[in-house]
Design a protein around this ligand. Structure first.
Ligand SMILES: [Zn+2]
Length: 99
């Protein structure tokens, strides 16, 4: 029962690391979506999105809006959907700032 204990070492230091990664990931989110990141950074963000549900959610949101905006050039996106996405983005941004 106690064989696993020694390998765990100190307490939950992972939380602090995750916070830093989230800030970095969000900072580079737009560059990531636009494929403007160098390979190493791109892989780093991608790995973070794999492990971090909140950031992945935000990434999905940004990508959805980008796709909506891009598509609205040729065909019109439903206004109701657009409004809903925009409101949701504002909520996420707000929540992140006050965090
Ligand atoms: Zn994150």
């Amino acid at each position: 029962m106690s064989s696993d204990d020694s390998s765990q070492g100190t307490g939950p230091a992972q939380d602090a690391d995750t916070d830093v990664d989230c800030a970095r990931a969000l900072e580079r989110m737009f560059s990531f979506i636009d494929n403007e990141l160098p390979g190493a950074d791109f892989a780093e963000i991608q790995r973070h999105l794999d492990e971090c549900a909140p950031c992945l959610g935000k990434y999905d949101l940004e990508r959805t809006v980008k796709a909506l905006v891009a598509r609205s050039c040729s065909e019109r996106a439903p206004e109701s959907l657009r409004q809903r996405v925009l409101v949701h983005i504002r909520e996420v941004h707000y929540r992140f700032k006050t965090d």
